[in-house]
Design a protein around this ligand. Structure first.
Ligand SMILES: Cc1ncc(COP(=O)(O)O)c(C=O)c1O
Length: 437
């Protein structure tokens, strides 16, 4: 019969759970084979690998669900943003407002076309832009406002649209994160004159790499059809409107191959299922971390009432970069790959020279203190419980976190109270038990 008190036995049970750290990557791309029964749809044919039946199905999905005037499939969201920037036909001196806290492609697309970028700070409660600060950046030279929907969560889209209309500037949604996300029951990606999505392997639906440009403003449709086909009028040729096609404008190849579309389409057809599972995981994180957040240890994502997000990312914002990095390391030692996200564009070497005096405090907080947790369709609830347990341990057994996971597991339980006295005593113990790492 054991002579250990019950509490110690309970501890042992907890310790033994900790003794089997799991290996949890930050992302696993959606797997058609395991979830939908085949890598490619059985009806996939090699007859046309450039634009075939699945390219046409993806095209139709965006036309119908988003009500877009035109849909241009692209090799990536970056590629779609580049086409959007070409369509703006920017002239010297034109300004484009973009978030400071975003992926570089949001900036590069317009920088490449010679725009003067104006960087907007994040809001105090969200990585998304602050609408009040945005208004202050508008000038008679502003040609467009570009926003992202960070983590599939948007700002107040009515107010944003009102600002764009009042100042007569184009609105572009970089909706890379926002497939199947809504604002007031309307799909994100259907508000802007132009909107872009990403199908990179880190996104909710994926073709490995891929993207799409939605054109919601009819004024851009005709030129988009020319630019996407290397600047030729091939579209009109196919319609029989011209008897040969030729080069009439600048352009490039903007397309997503049939093979990619055949991988992507089954996911689009099952998007509700995908979003539903992700939302369950996202809600578990939110609920599981609420108590610690209420203690003021970190900030949870802010979701405005009218937003119906798609659980693209679960993030927390810690109190300092040091705390964020410490937690990242702690999780890594336990086999969990969490990660940070963007650097504020004004903090990057390329832009630093141009924006030396720019202070964007909330974007800087996101760069330094934001941490993303693993979230993907195949993440199991058991794995997620382990992640939550480790985060709980980090905050609630603070002295324990000074020791590496391995050292901890190698030490008999009865030494724990001694270890908790601090690093100095731990060193003494280590000198007595030299086998401890
Ligand atoms: C906000 C945002 N825009 C654009 C992109 C670029 O997407 P892609 O990798 O499809 O080019 C990303 C990448 O993750 C992103 O986060």
């Amino acid at each position: 019969m054991s002579t250990m008190p019950e509490k110690a036995l309970n501890n042992l049970a907890t310790e033994s759970r900790r003794a089997k750290p799991m290996n949890i990557p930050f992302n696993i791309p959606f797997n058609n084979d395991t979830t939908l029964g085949s890598v490619l749809p059985p009806s996939f044919e090699c007859g046309s690998l450039f634009k075939g039946r699945y390219a046409s199905k993806v095209h139709q999905f965006f036309k119908e669900k988003y009500g877009a005037q035109e849909v241009v499939l692209t090799a990536s969201c970056t590629n779609a943003l580049e086409l959007a920037a070409l369509l703006l036909d920017l002239k010297k001196g034109d300004e484009v407002i973009i978030p400071a806290y975003t992926y570089v492609s949001t900036a590069n697309a317009f920088e490449l076309r010679g725009a003067r970028l104006r960087l907007c700070d994040s809001a105090a409660n969200s990585p998304n832009i602050d609408l009040q600060k945005l208004e202050a950046l508008l000038t008679p030279k502003t040609k467009a406002i570009v926003v992202i929907h960070y983590a599939g969560i948007s700002v107040d889209m009515y107010r944003l649209k009102e600002i764009a209309q009042k100042h007569n500037v184009f609105l572009i949604e970089d909706a890379a994160h926002a497939i199947d996300a809504y604002y007031d029951s309307r799909r994100l990606g259907s508000f802007g004159d132009l909107s872009t999505f990403s199908f990179h392997e880190t996104k909710n639906v994926t073709s490995g790499q891929g993207g799409v440009l939605l054109i919601n403003n009819a004024a851009f449709v005709e030129r988009a059809r020319i630019l996407r086909d290397c600047g030729t009028n091939r579209h009109n040729f196919h319609l029989g409107l011209v008897d040969k096609y030729t080069w009439i404008d600048v352009g490039s190849v903007f397309n997503l191959s049939e093979l990619c579309c055949a991988y992507l389409y089954p996911q689009l057809a099952n998007i509700e299922l995908i979003t539903q599972k992700r939302i369950q995981l996202w809600n578990n994180y939110r609920d599981g971390l609420a108590r610690l957040a209420n203690k003021g240890l970190f900030q949870l994502p802010f979701v405005e009432n009218r937003c119906e997000h798609n659980a693209h990312i679960f993030y927390i914002i810690l109190k300092s970069r040091k705390e964020r990095d410490r937690l990242l390391l702690y999780l890594k030692e336990r086999g969990i790959v969490a990660t940070f996200h963007y650097s504020g564009l004004h903090q990057c070497p390329y832009y630093q020279g141009k924006y030396k005096k720019t202070k964007l405090p909330y974007a800087e907080i996101c760069s330094g203190n934001l941490l993303r947790l693993p979230l993907y369709f195949d993440l199991s609830f058991e794995q997620q419980a382990y992640i939550l347990e480790c985060i709980g341990d980090y905050f609630e057994a603070p002295k324990r976190r000074r020791h590496s996971a391995n050292a901890y597991l190698a030490i008999p339980l009865y030494l724990n109270p001694i270890l908790e006295e601090g690093a100095m005593i731990a060193n003494v113990v280590k000198s007595i038990f030299p086998f401890i790492a």
